[in-house]
Design a protein around this ligand. Structure first.
Ligand code: DNO
Length: 387
């Protein structure tokens, strides 16, 4: 029976978790990106080879790119979009020429993943990432001051947000703003002004416009991907619903089916993130997996625990709302049809044990992910033994 490829996200030479740590965790593949290259610029072969060499000298391989960011000009199909598409194609070609074929990306407007708190304390003292609707509404209504924002939330949430705003200190509000606008470590954060400027642009584009921009982008890169064996993996929206009035088009099964059928070619695939999808109250993660598994080029296994209004924290990998053993079973079976094993990584992990005293990238401390990886590979082996 074939096993998954075990991978681990590494933010590059500045990541406090080293390549040697990754080896000790038992992963064989590294998931990384050239975070120092500004969004939209070409990744040169020299730069890619340099990173690849560092990874390989540690006895690991660079299995997946996460991410080659899609520039806002492409997402909004601005006047310079063609130039950015050409750059994107060149980057894909360069990666393939260095033997790197799986590329993760997302099509979320302006912001990547969004949380309202990075250190929610669990009962056992570990810390988790957390998303709270009242805090998001507080930010949206009182800090971003988006027009008509209060209409997007229930009365209960609007009232609680108002109270929160009146009670919280300036410092607290600044910290909340920082967390919401936080980008990928070692890339630049979004500014409040960037976000404000984008609101109008995206409200004109709307859901249909954003989807058609994504399909246009995929159509444009199709030839390069097919000619070079590149597999594109679309990460779901995180969280999987429109936030701050911005449209979202990769949040559920219907969205994914529109995308994979819209440009119906094997290069056009998915990064199946069980935590992102699992945060959607209406999402049945197992059902989504069954519907799209044939196009999954990469998987993030992570869990979430939601409450009755949809706030959620990131739970231990085998805890929470996603039935992880059943999900893994779907992918273990799918993996048997593949020539190249599906790479997965333990996505995020609690800040725990020694890591509580260290400064690490939110969600990406070592020990919580080590625990996640160990649990996930244990489930995989158990499933294989029973098959
Ligand atoms: C967060 C990640 C995302 C993901 C991108 C893919 O931890 O899952 O930032 O890498 O959205 O483009």
């Amino acid at each position: 029976m074939k096993k998954f490829e075990q991978t681990w996200r590494w933010y590059g030479p500045d990541d406090p978790v080293s390549l040697q740590d990754i080896r000790q965790a038992g992963a064989t593949g590294v998931v990384t990106a050239l975070h120092h290259v500004p969004h939209g610029e070409v990744w040169t072969v020299a730069d890619i080879l340099d990173r690849k060499r560092i990874v390989e000298e540690s006895g690991l391989s660079w299995s997946v790119v996460e991410s080659v960011p899609v520039h806002e000009v492409i997402k909004t199909r601005g006047s310079e979009a063609k130039r950015y598409i050409e750059n994107y194609k060149q980057t894909l070609e360069n990666l393939a020429s260095c033997g790197i074929y799986i590329v993760t990306y997302n099509f979320m407007p302006v912001l990547d993943w969004t949380r309202t708190m990075l250190d929610k304390e669990m009962e056992n003292g570990a810390k988790a990432l957390y998303f709270d609707w009242v805090d998001l509404a507080l930010f949206d209504i009182y800090i971003l001051k988006r027009k008509g924002a209060d209409k997007d939330y229930s009365e209960e949430i609007v009232t609680a947000a108002k109270k929160g705003f009146e009670q919280r200190s300036e410092e607290d509000l600044a910290a909340l703003t920082h967390v919401i606008l936080m980008g990928i470590p070692s890339e630049k954060d979004i500014s409040l002004a960037d976000l404000q400027n984008s609101l109008d642009v995206y409200s004109n584009i709307g859901l249909d416009g954003l989807l058609s921009n994504l399909l246009w982008f995929l159509g444009e890169i199709q030839e390069v991907c097919e000619a070079n064996g590149v597999q594109m993996a679309l990460h779901p929206d995180d969280p999987p619903y429109p936030i701050l009035g911005l449209p979202r088009i990769a949040s559920n099964k219907e969205d994914y089916l529109k995308v994979i059928n819209g440009v119906d070619s094997p290069f056009n695939g998915i990064c199946f993130c069980s935590g992102s999808l699992g945060a959607g109250a209406a999402n049945d993660v197992l059902d989504i997996a069954r519907a799209v598994k044939h196009r999954v080029h990469f998987a993030h296994f992570r869990n979430v625990k939601k409450d009755h209004i949809g706030n959620f924290y990131e739970a231990d990998h085998l805890d929470g709302d996603v039935d992880m053993p059943s999900l893994l079973r779907i992918f273990v079976e799918e993996n048997q049809n593949r020539t190249r094993p599906i790479p997965f990584r333990p996505d995020h992990g609690h800040q725990m044990l020694d890591d509580l005293h260290k400064v690490t990238n939110p969600g990406y401390s070592a020990i919580g992910r080590l625990r996640g990886l160990a649990e996930l590979r244990g489930v995989e082996q158990g499933l294989i033994a029973l098959m």
